[in-house]
Ligand binder design. Structure first.
Ligand SMILES: *Cc1c(COP(=O)(O)O)cnc(C)c1O
Length: 495
């Protein structure tokens, strides 16, 4: 299986190369040349395996340049002992036809752990194959959850350094403390004055800057990315949609009409993984793309115009506060039948004018696959309350946006077939917002809030959050967004 760049598909690389480099030299993203299909026999085999077994089975289809031993080493390292009950992707059922895919039982209580526990193994295995022993420098731009999950995944991993940039005012207090208190000898955390898009744009610029790359090379180092532009982030996410399908079959759900999937979306990585699972043969009907007040994707799906020239809102679902959804480029490449010139043109329009419009063919394919809906913070709070009142189920702010979008879809289409809603974070990560949906009595401190939420809802505080209470901040610098390059040099002790 080869991987091609979305902006120049004569660039063909192995999966190890794609994972080691993160992004293609001309700025495109790597996509597999074709999507492997799972036969009835594959599904029968998969149903016999535990999560790790399924992960190995699926990775073998995509990482054909890895040996079976390498894949097995990566999977065992990632998913042994790091998730509650060894179940990275558990399903909770609400009523008769809503399945909630809980993806937050890992070390940082957000779905990104599923990919970021695996990525360091995939990456170090890849660099051994293609980068002759250079030290890998991971640059991450985060709106909160990626940063912490990447830090946990990469801390003290041999021959790597990790530098995380986050918008100083754009993450929750819990996320901030999680990152600022990160342990490990190869970790660096930098807050920047700016929003997530500033952080992401800055990181992308550093990645593709020849001068910086040369300086790094002189120092025996090389950049890679732990953001979801890296294929090594995406491929682990496909696994849990396939695993969820097997679990639904096993519990006797009626899947004769397939099922809808709802994903609270920011960078379009998670929902893209659901699309891949669908293409591989999981009977997904509609992919429902849920956004918060930063509704650039909702508008895009409805109109075909992607326009980031709009107000940016800081919401209570900060991991979705994104106006440039990087992984959409991969989806567009597929929808445009691999027309790399067309994708380059769209992406050039995006960087030049902040917008692009897709042609009618692409738009109609997009609308066949996806439904877009959004809700603001009021809708989020209402949904948290209603879901708790109706089902006794407590969801976080991001998941609530997805539940809200699903309700809009249901009302508009009447399509009440079984649904799988991706739940992307523990409610305790966003305790202040969550408790404010349920009560007027909100304690001052973050940790009193956590305890109050637990008392009020009779749910358990996840251990990684409970343990933060005694953590102290290690990283305190705030950088100007124009200074990210200097921050990188400072962290790596190079000039
Ligand atoms: C990252 C994140 C999202 C958005 O996922 P994408 O793959 O970027 O679309 C949603 N919810 C939470 C809690 C997240 O951390």
């Amino acid at each position: 299986m080869n991987y091609v760049s979305t902006r120049n598909n004569s660039v063909k690389v192995s999966s190890a190369f794609a994972i080691a480099h993160g992004i293609s030299a001309e700025g495109g993203l790597y996509v597999p040349e074709s999507i492997p299909k799972l036969s009835a026999e594959d599904f029968a085999n998969l149903s016999e395996l535990d999560y790790k077994g399924k992960a190995e089975y699926i990775l073998k289809k995509y990482l054909t340049d890895f040996s079976n031993e390498e894949i097995s080493y990566c999977v065992k390292g990632a998913y042994t002992g790091s998730f509650d009950d060894e179940k990275p992707a558990a399903i909770a059922q609400l009523g008769s036809n809503i399945n909630i895919l809980e993806l937050w039982h890992g070390p940082t209580c957000a779905f990104k752990d599923l990919a970021l526990q695996l990525l360091p193994y995939l990456l170090t295995t890849s660099t051994k194959k293609v980068s002759d022993g250079k030290k890998t420098v991971i640059l991450v731009a985060t709106s909160g959850d990626t940063g912490k999950a990447a830090l946990e995944g990469f801390k003290d991993v041999e021959n790597t350094e990790i530098i995380v940039f986050y918008p100083s005012e754009g993450v929750s207090p819990m996320q901030k403390l999680q990152m600022d208190s990160q342990k490990g000898n190869n970790v660096h955390v930098c807050a920047i004055k700016g929003n997530f898009d500033d952080a992401q744009t800055g990181v992308k610029k550093i990645f593709t800057d020849d001068e910086i790359k040369a300086t790094l090379a002189q120092n025996g180092m090389e950049f890679s990315s732990a953001n979801s532009i890296n294929w090594g982030r995406l491929v682990p996410q496909i696994i849990y949609y396939i695993s969820a399908y097997c679990d639904m079959l096993a519990k006797g759900d009626d899947l004769s009409d397939g099922f809808n999937v709802v994903v609270p979306t920011g960078n379009f990585g998670n929902i893209l993984a659901a699309y891949y699972a669908k293409e591989m043969g999981v009977p997904v009907n509609k992919l429902i793309c849920a956004s918060n007040a930063n509704r650039v994707l909702t508008d895009f799906i409805n109109t075909g115009v992607y326009d980031r020239n709009r107000d940016f809102y800081t919401t209570m679902s900060p991991s979705m506060d994104i106006l440039i959804s990087s992984n959409l480029e991969r989806m567009l490449y597929i929808l445009a039948d691999g027309d790399d010139k067309y994708i380059t043109e769209l992406q050039n329009n995006l960087s030049k004018d902040g917008k692009f419009t897709v042609n009618d063919t692409v738009l109609s394919k997009l609308q066949n696959l996806f439904y877009g809906a959004c809700c603001d913070d009021n809708g989020t709070l209402e949904t948290i309350k209603n879901t708790f009142d109706k089902y006794g189920y407590l969801c976080d702010t991001h998941t609530a946006v997805a539940v809200n979008a699903y309700e809009q879809y249901l009302q508009q289409t009447g399509d009440s077939r079984l649904v799988l809603i991706a739940s992307t974070a523990s409610p305790y990560k966003f305790a202040k917002s969550v408790i404010s949906a349920l009560s007027d009595d909100i304690p001052e401190s973050e940790f009193d809030t956590v305890e109050a939420l637990s008392g009020l809802t009779n749910t358990t505080v996840p251990t990684p959050i409970a343990e933060l209470k005694n953590a102290t901040a290690r990283f305190k610098d705030i950088f100007d967004k124009a200074d990210m390059y200097n921050a990188v040099c400072k962290c790596l002790k190079i000039d």
